[in-house]
Design a protein around this ligand. Structure first.
Ligand code: COA
Length: 373
């Protein structure tokens, strides 16, 4: 196998963000309306009244303080409770491709090479806007990249699955460099009328360039090892698809949006991921406690802190287990890459860290990286 490196990364962050207070105000206004509309059935005992959401609960249960979104007004309108993202004609660049191009341009600029050196584009994300043509091919065309492109979806783990796929293409000599993008419009798949989960997700896009080590310039990160794991579970699920008939109002078919059994996810995924990281580190001859930084999937603060503690075998020092979900919320596949992109300073050549994602499927991916000189 030809060794591969993460040569550059990029990040697109939407301009609009929603605080917990704004989100809770909208939810509570909607719940009050729903209760008023159903007052007779509630009085008869046929329906239970909806209770209010709370800022304190959200921050304590998730660690999230705000989230970036493509459209704030639609989400916060109690009569709508879903983003207003106008449909574009087939001749226009699609919304997700636009996000991906912005993140990719940043990565390409940081890389400092011409796009002609990229041989493949992967779009790895939780929710695609359409079955085909592949979003990755649209991004490929918009950036003027030759070669081939395709989409892949492993939910929140998509980015690490994408990095491994890219590293394997590079490793086999198929291509010299791969662009991998993770556009996530989670707000379009989140049920803002569900008190248990309305606060979880945000929108964003990340981009990663994986390149053959013998082709790469100085700097970047050696990919020391990659590993993937899956085990079927219905505890995080989204049935959007060809059977989708969710009205814009969204109430008719909530299972066509994100649903989860949060407690079960917590209980089952934490041990699965912690063991996977420790096993993989051991097989690579790495001492997990010696990792300089963890860039984990940004699920929620409690899950991330527990995995960080299990992996390092102690309470992480400030900044060792990077948390960005306070500002970004859970951004599905992009979370670990945002953490890596924003907080990879202070490394000496030879220092090692871990990019790790996990989520629906269940699925999990580990990518150990070492700073190059
Ligand atoms: N505002 C106020 N109270 C709320 C609330 C809200 N928005 N949502 C739920 N509650 C209440 C519930 O009604 C419940 O009250 P009760 O005990 O009186 O019945 C209480 O808070 C606990 O609810 P629960 O859903 O059990 O919360 P939790 O402590 O398990 O936290 C998650 C919920 C989702 C944050 C938590 O389960 C979790 O972090 N799971 C991991 C899953 C995950 O991160 N998935 C992302 C994909 S990887």
């Amino acid at each position: 196998m030809i060794p591969s490196v993460i040569a550059a990364t990029g990040l697109f962050t939407p301009e609009q963000s929603i605080s917990n207070a704004e989100l809770v105000e909208a939810y509570n206004a909607w719940a009050d309306r729903w209760n008023a509309d159903n007052a007779a059935q509630i009085a008869e005992g046929d329906l239970a009244p909806l209770t209010h959401s709370s800022v304190e609960f959200i921050e304590k249960a998730s660690g999230i303080k705000s989230r970036f979104v493509l459209d704030k007004a639609g989400v916060l309108d109690p009569a709508r409770m879903t983003p207003n993202i106008p449909e574009r004609s087939n001749e226009e660049l699609s919304v997700m491709a636009e996000m991906a191009v912005a993140a990719a341009r940043q990565a390409i600029a940081a890389w400092g090479k011409d796009v002609s050196e990229i041989g493949a584009v992967l779009c790895a994300a939780s929710n695609m806007p359409r079955p085909y043509p592949a979003l990755a091919i649209e991004v490929q065309q918009a950036l003027g990249i030759q070669g081939f492109a395709f989409d892949m979806n492993v939910a929140c783990s998509s980015a690490t699955f994408g990095i491994k796929t890219a590293a394997d293409f590079v490793g086999s000599g198929s291509v010299k460099a791969v662009l991998m993008v993770n556009p996530e419009v989670c707000s379009a798949h989140l049920n803002f009328r569900d008190r248990d989960s309305h606060f979880i997700f945000g929108d964003v896009c990340t981009a990663v360039i994986v390149e053959a080590a013998d082709h790469a310039g100085p700097g970047g990160w050696d990919i020391v090892g990659t590993r993937l794991q899956t085990a079927f579970s219905n505890n995080i699920r989204n049935n959007f698809g060809f059977l989708n008939n969710a009205a814009p109002e969204g109430v008719g078919k909530p299972d066509k949006l994100f649903i989860q059994q949060g407690r079960k996810v917590f209980r089952e995924v934490v041990p699965m991921v912690s063991e996977m990281i420790l096993d993989h580190a051991g097989d690579l001859g790495l001492e997990a406690s010696g990792l300089k930084r963890l860039w984990l999937h940004q699920a929620n603060i409690n899950m991330n802190e527990l995995i960080g503690k299990k992996v390092l075998g102690r309470d992480p020092e400030p900044g060792e287990n990077v948390i960005i979900l306070d500002r970004y919320a859970n951004t599905s596949s992009a979370g670990s890459v945002i953490a890596f992109h924003l907080h990879n300073d202070g490394f000496e050549a030879g220092d090692t860290g871990l990019i790790c994602s996990f989520g629906a499927g269940y699925s999990a991916g580990t990518v150990f990286v070492r700073k190059r000189s």
